[in-house]
Design a protein around this ligand. Structure first.
Ligand SMILES: [Zn+2]
Length: 405
């Protein structure tokens, strides 16, 4: 039976006890049987039956749960480096979107890409993420917008589940932006998502959640409500891109519809924070996007103090967060959002797992859960997130199998 021993700090990240409580075990070991954690505790108490020749010595380092990136736009074609340069010269995200750039330029490239091209790109990204310690990734559609391409992207995610080891949790994001062919007929676009795409996606089991981008360049509250009602009717739970560029009362809407998560929230109001707390909605922070858009950060301290769990994710996408480096996002959550490294680690493990309904399988190191583990070249979480490096992960295990390096 495989065992990791001589762990300096085992951050188990059990859910209870508040965002900053890692339930860490010093001088620890963890043993697993097949895909499942069988034992955790102090090394000196490791039962004889778990002592085996398949032991990995952690060298007194940190071991954490396999990281969970709970918000990515994984499948897309092309990049948008030109826009990056234009934004640096003063163009705003909204201006670029209105001129037909932004999300729409990625939609054009993605519609032109083949299924196999998209799979190959996603596999490369997932390998990069696994090497960083990531073992579960939420992946949104939303760069197709027409029925065929949206379904193709979600089929890419299904194929990835079979072709590589990282868990991919699919989300339908039809309500990302109104495509140009519907620009003068927004209502018809919303109607087509509700009556054609959502039923098809749900019938084929291609997504677990439906997500909408609530913003003045994207969708309004009434449109989002209609979309979420159709999703709920077909068993897709809501998630929401909310209060990113403006306070559009997105947090209130997320609370009203019982969303799994409200994501971004850089501009969330005090009232919105209160509503999220009451409704038990997870707030997902996306500090790479905050950095690239040079925005004020999500008020994570106020959210945590109000009792809202705060997840940390990359928002990996070609426009506003062109990096799938979750540990980089975690360090930014400390420096921009003033979260402690311990709060951030729970935010990228058990809280993130809750944001995508995976908390029974992933996000913490507990007997009976998946043996998803990352061995980190640091003495503890403070040292890890303080000392920003290309990659501090020395080994990643998914369901008990070493997948990197
Ligand atoms: Zn996003």
């Amino acid at each position: 039976m495989p065992v990791l021993t001589n762990i300096g700090v085992l951050a188990t990240c059990r859910a209870d006890g508040g965002q900053g409580n890692l339930h860490a075990i010093p001088d620890a070991a963890v043993a697993w049987e097949g895909p499942t954690v069988a034992w955790t505790g102090p090394s000196t108490e490791l039962p004889e039956r778990f002592r085996s020749d398949r032991t990995v010595d952690a060298g007194g380092r940190l071991v954490v749960p396999g990281l969970v990136d709970c918000h990515t736009h994984l499948a897309f074609a092309g990049w948008r480096a030109d826009e990056f340069a234009r934004r640096l010269q003063g163009a705003t995200y909204q201006e670029i979107a209105r001129a037909g750039g932004g999300i729409m330029s990625t939609v054009r490239a993605t519609r032109a890409a083949t299924f196999e091209q998209l799979v190959a790109r996603c596999e490369a990204h997932l390998r990069e993420m696994a090497a960083l310690g990531v073992t579960t990734v939420e992946a949104k559609s939303g760069y197709g917008l027409d029925v065929d391409t949206e379904v193709r992207i979600l089929e890419v995610y299904r194929a990835l589940e079979e072709r590589q080891p990282v868990t991919v949790v699919p989300t339908y994001l039809g309500a990302h932006v109104v495509p140009p062919e519907f620009q003068q007929r927004r209502g018809e676009y919303v109607e087509s998502m509700c009556t054609r795409v959502i039923p098809e996606v749900a019938r084929r089991g291609l997504a677990r959640f439906c997500d909408a981008f609530l913003e003045d360049t994207a969708f309004g509250a009434a449109e989002a409500l209609q979309y979420f009602a159709a999703g709920a009717h077909h068993g897709l739970r809501p998630k929401l891109h909310a209060d990113q560029l403006t306070d559009g009362h997105g947090a209130n809407l997320a609370a009203d519809v019982g969303a799994m998560s409200a994501d971004h929230l850089e501009r969330v109001s005090d009232r919105g924070i209160q509503r999220l707390a009451e409704a038990g909605v997870v707030a997902v922070s996306l500090p790479i996007a905050t950095l690239y858009l040079q925005q004020p950060p999500m008020p994570a301290r106020r959210l945590i103090e109000a009792g809202v769990p705060v997840a940390v994710a990359t928002d990996f996408n070609p426009g506003t967060a062109p990096s799938c480096h979750l540990p980089f996002a975690m360090t930014l959550a400390c420096t921009l959002q003033r979260m402690t490294p311990a709060e951030v680690l729970k935010g990228a493990t058990i809280v993130a797992a809750r944001a995508i309904g995976e908390e029974r399988e992933a996000g913490s190191i507990e007997v009976g859960k998946q043996a998803d583990l990352a061995l980190i070249d640091a003495a503890d979480v403070n040292e890890w997130l303080y000392h920003l490096r290309a990659n501090a992960c020395l080994g990643t295990w998914k369901r008990g199998v070493r997948i990197a390096p």
